[in-house]
Ligand binder design. Structure first.
Ligand code: AMP
Ligand code: MN
Ligand code: MN
Ligand code: MN
Length: 294
């Protein structure tokens, strides 16, 4: 329920991501590029060709309390005008930010940073820190993308340029307005203490957010348990996704995560896409919501 293609900061074409998910045995796959829907048509067509259930998704960049938060939207209508327009506005300013990131990196001794990052970009509207990270690895300055983020591009490091993304309620409104469900992405990744996280989940729920990622490529097994508990406390549905970006680069491969704990209700519990799959081995489970009769 969470993956990236070249249309944002993944390395594979949308159809290649779908083929890789299918080959890995994924039963239902969502493409969720950052602030971008332009890979959906290609991915959906390839999934249809392979007979794999596919979900149109997006991962919206949000500014909240001085932090960058990600909100995944699933089962969105990729043609919804308010969503399309909102995402276009969210992408706006990425290039200016990238030029500033490049200038900071040059001052820190990384040559041709902006041009180098652009060589890795698959979609000119979506220059991401990930593209700078790949350039810095390719230039032999760091061993891998994780090391780049530790030395550069993170807050307090050269190449960190604060940016104003979408508002939390705004992002949730776009997703719901486009017929989708809003899911708080990888809540374990934010630099928030317990109180901050609580405030975020509370505000997210009040804004119409209905789910959180529990089993994520960004979470440890301890965090699966912790966020399963938070999902129950808040009445959130639970999602699961690798956050796959690229072969050999992403910590978790497509389809390789463990199942959701059975104490939570999957976001897909009442989706028509999964109705045909339920009961099949390894298929997403369908279950009553906690507290619901039956
Ligand atoms: P941006 O939207 O340009 O700020 O880039 C954010 C992207 O950078 C995320 O979606 C991740 O793919 C990547 N990223 C952020 N932090 C890290 C990290 N510590 N290690 C690897 N990738 C990261
Ligand atoms: Mn990313
Ligand atoms: Mn994310
Ligand atoms: Mn992601």
């Amino acid at each position: 329920m969470h993956s990236h293609s070249r249309m944002s900061d993944g390395m594979l074409a949308p159809a290649e991501v779908v083929r890789r998910a299918h080959a890995a045995g994924v039963a239902i796959h969502a493409l969720t590029d950052h602030d971008e829907l332009s890979g959906i048509a290609e991915a959906a067509a390839e999934a249809a060709r392979l007979g794999m259930a596919f979900v149109a998704g997006v991962e919206v960049s949000v500014s909240w309390g001085g932090e960058t938060i990600h909100v995944v939207g699933l089962r969105v209508d990729p043609g919804d005008p308010a969503l399309v327009e909102g995402l276009a506005r969210t992408r706006d300013g990425r290039d200016a930010r990238a030029r500033e990131i490049g200038a900071q990196l040059e001052r820190a001794g990384v040559p041709d940073a902006y041009e180098g990052a652009l060589r890795h970009v698959g979609n000119p509207a979506l220059v991401s820190r990930t593209h700078f990270a790949r350039h810095i690895v390719e230039a032999g300055i760091c061993a891998d993308v994780g090391e780049v983020f530790r030395h550069y591009l993170s807050e307090g490091r050269p190449g960190f340029v604060p940016h104003r993304w979408a508002g939390l309620a705004e992002a949730v409104d776009w997703i719901r307005g486009a017929g989708g469900i809003a899911i708080l992405a990888h809540p374990g990744r934010y630099r928030l203490d317990e109180g901050g996280l609580w405030a975020l989940m509370d505000e997210f729920r009040s804004a119409g957010g209905e789910a959180i990622e529990v089993v994520s490529g960004s979470h440890t097994p301890d965090q699966y348990r912790r966020f399963a508990g938070h999902a129950r406390e808040f009445g959130f549905l639970a999602s699961r996704g690798s956050d796959f970006h690229a072969p050999g680069e992403s910590r978790v491969e497509l389809g390789a995560l463990p199942p959701l704990p059975d104490t939570v209700v999957p976001v897909w519990h009442d989706w028509p896409e999964t109705a045909a799959l339920c009961g099949a081995p390894g298929a997403p489970r369908s279950r009553a919501r906690p507290g619901a009769p039956g």
